[in-house]
Write a protein that binds this ligand. Structure first.
Ligand SMILES: *[C@@H]1O[C@H](CO)[C@@H](O)[C@H](O)[C@H]1NC(C)=O
Length: 481
């Protein structure tokens, strides 16, 4: 009994500590381990994915593409929890907790390495411990002759196709990885970073002409303000489709698009409609006309019958919702392009507007909708999502700035929040995501919309020229309302 009383007391105390006062004076609880990115003792990790969110093969000499930078402060000195040899770990080298089947399998090895790095970075907290922010980098090249990617989760043999970028054998490679360990500079500035290129054999220090590049530098004044994450992403002829995001992922379970147990920052899984996302975003370079900059991308996983995912890739379906703020992104959804629209739109007062209602449907609020390839009862016309780029089938709802999103605090017109218009956002992501169409089998109980990944960044989608994007993210928080 006494122990239970103690537990209750600690529980209440943690609840109080975890509550911060929202703008409206209402009490909010943060879903992330580091609310507003204000904690000096940073926890950040890195993961690189191939076209279907796996590793495939490690880049020579780089180890498995999972790494982290986590430290504690002892006075003015940094005690790093991750050693260089931890970040360098690669297939064939054992580490604590690694299962024998994963030792020589690059995909499984990376998934286990993430758990291992997580165990080193973990911070005790309520209701669950948490591990790190996640920098995610993805190479969109797909060698259809490699046999590396499934179709809607089903293993398929190699096939010939001209539909995907690939310069030839090896185009799905992992990048080089260079780590500038966080250090204290000038007595009160903490700074560190990750960077590299997909163009193996080239050195970004000799200039970026003709090569791909990624960089995330984090910086913070000790004891004040937020961490500031400065991102750079550059495509090249050989790597025309790249993605770079900063993610708050679930600390347990499958986070969006990933079929292995993950580690992350979301110690509570936010559920629609009861959460908001706060952040500051300052975009310096857009990344060209094909850069689908996501002022919030949310990912989850549930089955077409509404049940949560359980790791069965044939029936699990990744669900994404993304607001694209590049004003050069057109609405593919239109009165003459119903195939690119969801079947209906739901207004803030819960009215359904069907896409054939040309007088009322907000076509220009939707860039593109695509349905899961394994759905059995789709309304036609319909566009199916790319079956290869996730470990399982996926469904994507992509939005564009439009006045109808005003109720949720999302951008209401093209250009808002874009280059030169850096601002802070308070997005009612929970409210909006509760009123989006997602496919479900007829007669099944609606899925609980729990989001296991919330991220910001850009996807430069098959650019014709070398393109560069640059942006700064800070003050990121997920508030349970
Ligand atoms: C519009 O679409 C809905 C749902 O598919 C359908 O029930 C309705 O008959 C359609 N209306 C017209 C005028 O085609």
């Amino acid at each position: 009994m006494r122990n239970q009383m103690n537990e209750l007391f600690v529980w209440i105390l943690m609840l109080l500590i975890n509550s911060v006062s929202g703008a409206s004076g209402k009490q909010y609880t943060s879903a992330v381990g580091d609310p507003g990115m204000r904690r000096d003792e940073l926890r950040v990790a890195f993961e690189a994915w191939n076209f279907c969110n796996e590793v495939g093969a490690e880049a020579p000499g780089m180890g498995s593409p999972r790494a982290a930078d986590c430290f504690d402060l002892r006075g003015s000195s940094l005690e790093h929890r991750i050693r260089k040899i931890d970040n360098k770990l690669g297939v064939g080298t054992p580490f604590p907790g690694l299962s024998p089947v994963a030792l020589n399998n690059a995909d499984l090895y990376a998934a286990h390495k993430e758990l291992y790095l997580g165990s080193l970075c973990e911070v005790e907290d309520f209701p669950k411990p948490w591990q790190f922010w996640m920098v995610m980098l993805k190479n969109g090249n797909f060698d259809t002759m490699s046999g590396l990617c499934p179709a809607n989760g089903a293993k398929i043999p190699p096939f010939r196709s001209e539909s995907f970028p690939c310069f030839g054998k090896g185009c799905m490679n992992q990048p080089t990885f260079s780590h500038s360990e966080t250090a204290l500079l000038d007595g009160n500035i903490l700074r560190g970073g990750f960077s590299g290129t997909y163009d193996l054999g080239s050195d970004p220090n000799n200039g970026l002409d003709g090569i791909s590049y990624y960089e995330v530098v984090w910086e913070k004044k000790v004891g004040a303000g937020s961490w500031v994450f400065k991102h750079k992403l550059k495509t090249s002829k050989k790597y025309p489709w790249l993605m770079l995001y900063l993610r708050a992922d679930a600390t347990r379970g499958f986070s969006g698009g990933y079929r292995y147990d993950t580690r992350g920052m979301l110690k509570t899984h936010p559920e629609s409609p009861n959460f908001k996302v706060k952040l500051n975003l300052d975009i310096k370079k857009g990344g060209g006309p094909k850069s689908q900059f996501y002022l919030i991308d949310i990912g989850s996983c549930w089955k077409n019958n509404g049940l949560p995912c359980n790791g069965d890739v044939l029936t699990d379906v990744t669900r994404y919702n993304e607001m694209i703020i590049n004003p050069e992104t057109p609405a593919w959804c239109s009165p003459t392009g119903l195939v690119n629209c969801p079947p209906y739109h739901i207004t803030p007062d819960d009215r359904k507007i069907y896409r054939n209602d040309t007088a009322n449907f907000p076509y220009s609020a939707y860039h593109y909708y695509c349905a899961p390839g394994n759905a059995q009862h789709l309304e036609h016309p319909v566009s199916l999502c790319d079956p290869y780029s996730n470990p399982q089938a996926q469904e994507i709802v992509q939005l564009l700035p439009h006045p109808i999103w005003a109720d949720y605090g999302y951008p209401t017109k093209q250009g808002v929040g874009w280059i030169g218009d850096g601002r802070s956002w308070e997005l009612d992501v929970g409210g909006l995501s509760s009123r989006l169409y997602f496919y479900q089998d007829p007669g099944t109980t609606p899925a609980t919309r729990v989001w296991t990944s919330i991220d910001v960044g850009t996807e430069i989608f098959v650019s014709d020229e070398d393109e560069e994007a640059e942006w700064i993210l800070s003050n990121f928080d997920v508030l349970l309302t």
